[in-house]
Ligand binder design. Structure first.
Ligand code: 5GP
Ligand code: ZN
Length: 109
């Protein structure tokens, strides 16, 4: 499958990982929008949140629970923003579900 995030998750493209377990990987965004900006993705190819089903509930819960853990690990001391873009009108560019986590001193302030 020609999916860039599948290739990162399955180590076909060398991207340094912040975190990995059997179900999930996390890595820095290649085009950061904040001092800290990383992505949490499932290893399973799910196109978007709109395609996730009830069978994915445990996986989605695991990903959400990882957000504060990895935010702390990455140095988000003053909080963080969590974004899931979904579909064309949601501004999703990569069709593999991902959670954006943005933190660090806010450059827009
Ligand atoms: P979306 O707009 O789909 O919510 O976000 C996709 C994100 O993936 C963008 O912030 C973009 O910078 C990031 N991205 C796209 N391709 C790559 C890549 O090959 N490596 C990494 N690390 N990030 C990527
Ligand atoms: Zn994929």
């Amino acid at each position: 499958m020609d999916c860039i995030f599948c290739k990162i998750a399955h180590r076909e493209i060398a991207t340094p990982l912040i975190y990995e377990d059997d179900d999930v990987v996390a890595f820095n965004d290649i085009n950061p929008k904040a001092p800290i900006h990383f992505l949490i993705i499932p290893k399973k190819h799910i196109v978007s949140l709109a395609e996730a089903g009830t069978e994915d509930a445990a996986l989605l819960g695991k990903m959400i629970n990882l957000v504060p853990v990895l935010a702390k690990k990455m140095g988000c001391e003053g909080g963080f923003r969590t974004v899931i873009n979904t579909g064309r009108d949601g501004g999703q560019e990569v069709p593999h579900l991902h959670i954006h986590v943005l933190g660090g001193p806010q450059p827009w302030k």
